[in-house]
Design a binder for this molecule. Structure first.
Ligand code: ZN
Length: 327
């Protein structure tokens, strides 16, 4: 009797466009899932549960939900994450916007439960002219309100606060800020953390060098329980280290580069987290087979590979924001 040794490695996936109705077609197009052309297994996915640039709720036909859940099971697309819409701002001093944001988060959590999502991933918000401290308080209070209102929901997803590049007054530029929100919530078990490689790079964490990664890990471990981290948004960056800019690039084509990603993929903590790409894609329509192939190739290299650092092209793909929105 022989048992095949399965190499433990990251599961790769992507933010899929088209929402509940279109996501599976996107997965198939990029070869993600059990039925992919190369016969690979599935991976984590992320979707919008509603139009990301409108407050209007997404309403889902129960048949679409069933089809989506069945399709995810068939293709082994898991875990599922929902990305919070852009309009929400949990740190806002404007009560109307703040209440609307909580309302929208409640809706995300309700819909997330019906879809079987593991977490709703959110940007913590921007506090404007408030002090950092006030803004962090405001964010934590918003999380608490949304959690209180969704307490009875069976299968409620967690809330994952995402690291941000930190432009302007955006919160989440440091692990310490995310840890503060967690502390203000008394370490509520439904609150988790998501990392974004492009955002970390923008906010000054040098993921591309060995010493930079060591320093980043030391800071994470000193600040946050590692098990709170439940997802990685895997994106290269078009913007320089510490620029505070959030500009996603295809894997290996930006400042983090192939060697940087290969090192992350070989790291014992990073390789356990689900990886979700939010890259522009080579034809500008989001995560694609080429990016997936790059991750798989860098991962199977088994460690940092000797790759010449290409100069970032910076202009290879349209600057349409971090990643394509719903049509
Ligand atoms: Zn992200």
């Amino acid at each position: 009797m022989s048992q095949m040794a399965i190499k433990e490695g990251p599961r790769f996936g992507a933010h899929l466009s088209g929402g509940v109705k279109g996501a599976l077609a996107h997965a198939r197009r990029m070869g993600l899932g059990r039925s992919g052309p190369a016969g690979q297994g599935g991976g984590p996915i992320q979707i919008w549960s509603r139009n990301p640039s409108a407050w209007r709720r997404g309403s889902h036909d129960p048949q679409d939900v069933t089809r989506f859940r069945d399709g995810c099971a068939e293709l082994d697309l898991a875990p599922l994450f929902i990305h919070g819409i852009y309009l929400m701002n949990f740190a806002s001093a404007d009560d109307v916007l703040w209440e609307r944001s909580i309302e929208a988060l409640v809706d995300h959590l309700v819909v997330g439960a019906t879809l079987g999502a593991q977490a709703v991933i959110l940007h913590p918000g921007a506090g404007g002219i408030q002090s950092r401290e006030q803004a962090l308080d405001r964010c934590a209070l918003a999380m608490r309100r949304a959690l209180e209102r969704t307490e009875p929901i069976a299968g409620r997803p967690r809330i994952a606060l995402e690291t941000c590049a930190g432009a302007g007054s955006a919160l989440g530029r440091t692990f310490g800020e995310l840890a503060t929100v967690l502390d203000l919530l008394d370490g509520h078990p439904a609150v988790a953390i998501a990392l974004d490689t492009a955002h970390l790079w923008g906010s000054g964490y040098d993921l591309a060098s060995e010493s930079g990664l060591d320093a980043t890990m030391a800071e994470i471990e000193a600040t946050l329980p590692l098990e709170r981290i439940i997802a990685v948004h895997a994106n290269d960056s078009k913007a320089p280290l510490g620029s505070l800019k959030d500009r996603h690039e295809n894997i290996g084509q930006g400042y983090i580069g192939e060697a940087g990603f290969a090192r992350l993929l070989a790291h014992p903590a990073w390789c356990r987290w689900p990886w979700i790409m939010e890259v522009p894609g080579y034809d500008g329509s989001g995560p694609d087979a080429a990016n997936l192939d790059t991750l798989r190739r860098l991962s199977s290299a088994g460690g940092p590979v000797a790759v010449a650092r290409d100069q970032p092209t910076g202009g290879g793909s349209p600057a349409t924001g971090p990643w394509p929105a719903l049509p």
